[in-house]
Write a protein that binds this ligand. Structure first.
Ligand code: PHE
Length: 347
């Protein structure tokens, strides 16, 4: 009987063990573990094959090619099993997709809701777009020029004091203190006539309480054309508030106001949407301050490269944060800017 080297016997046994173990695998991880166990660097077949070096020259000659054959079969087996496994897993995924029930009930599903800010912004965008305004997304990081100088607020102007500014460490750069910065950009970039609206965050270094935060949102409109009037601006503002509060009778009133970048300047109040004779929201006055407005100062037009003898512009800037608080009866701005899910879930 032909002599079979013990090395070959051991390798054959390992080959059989490998085949048996591969039969039972279900996952890629299991497959990888078995492959490592047998043919990894420290795998049993790898180590056993190395023993060939201890054989005599004669034995090496006879066994060498057999060892090669066994190794080849082992590799083919592993390759084949891997292919089969991948195909099977892909089929399982396909099958699961077929039976995926989109209506299946799940517990603990998280319900989401739209933030009150988002709702109000969407409302105002709808209203103003329907009136023909173009929506501009302005910048919150701003230059001193666009936020102040171009708006007729030079370095020594007292109005700067009311805009407690967050200055950046970069010279001449700041967090915008109002959305009027968009006015100066648009006047420099666009050729009149145009009508724009913009909304977004503004920052002032103020102490925080129920009605103040260092970040608040504003909503701004500007129209520039050869003939613009204050009465047109007031009518537009009133119409926007009527649409926003869904009340066609809602009145507004104006008072003189000072903003360096408008002349004349006015403050606009709207009739309290919640009462007839005074309530806690309007502090018993039946009026609510909405924001500032006016005809854009000729200095601003000229500083931005627009011919002030040819064009007139009007603008208003209103507190968007205040509108959100009014619309949803929120009495503490910190709640609106916080991340309490219990609070936000109510909307
Ligand atoms: N930017 C002004 C403010 O923040 C509001 C305003 C805008 C006034 C446009 C007049 C015209 O108070």
């Amino acid at each position: 009987m032909e002599h079979v080297s013990p090395l070959i016997i051991r390798l054959n046994t390992l080959h059989q063990e490998l085949a048996a173990e591969l039969q039972a695998i279900k996952t890629i991880a299991e497959f990888e573990a078995i492959r490592n166990k047998f043919i990894g660097k420290q795998g049993s077949i790898t180590i056993e094959s190395k023993n060939i070096k201890d054989l005599s020259l004669e034995e090496k000659r006879t066994t060498g090619s057999i060892v090669q054959d066994i190794r080849k079969k082992v590799e083919e087996l592993i390759e084949h099993t891997q292919q089969q496994l991948i195909t099977r897993l892909q089929q399982e995924v396909e099958l699961q997709k077929q039976f995926f029930d989109v209506t299946a009930y799940t517990t603990n599903a998280l319900e989401s809701s739209v933030h009150p800010y988002t709702r109000v912004i969407q409302d105002l965008e709808d209203i103003t777009m329907n009136m023909g305004f173009e929506i501009i997304y302005g910048m919150e990081l701003e230059t001193e020029f666009a936020n102040f100088e171009a708006l007729n607020i030079p370095v020594d102007h007292p109005a700067r004091e009311s805009h407690d500014t967050f200055w950046l460490t970069l010279p001449g750069k700041l967090l915008r203190t109002h959305t009027s910065n968009v006015q100066s950009h648009m006047l420099q970039e666009r050729k009149p006539p145009f009508a724009i609206t913009t909304m977004g965050r503004t920052y002032r270094n103020e102490a925080t309480d129920a009605t103040h935060d260092y970040m608040f949102m504003q909503f701004e409109i500007m129209i520039i054309d050869t003939k613009q009037s204050l009465s047109n601006l007031i009518a537009i503002a009133q119409e926007i508030f009527r649409c926003f509060f869904k009340n066609n009778e809602l009145k507004s009133r104006i008072r003189p106001g000072f903003f360096p970048f408008v002349e004349p300047g006015i403050e606009v109040d709207i009739q309290c949407p919640f009462c007839q004779n005074g309530c806690s929201i309007c502090k018993r006055t039946t009026w609510i301050e909405a924001g500032g407005a006016g005809l854009v100062h000729p200095n601003v037009l000229e500083l931005c490269g627009v011919d002030s003898t040819k064009y007139t512009a009007c603008a208003f800037g209103f507190g968007l944060t205040r509108l959100v608080m009014l619309k949803y009866g929120i009495n503490d701005v910190r709640l609106l800017h916080g991340c309490s899910l219990d609070f936000l879930k109510q909307f």
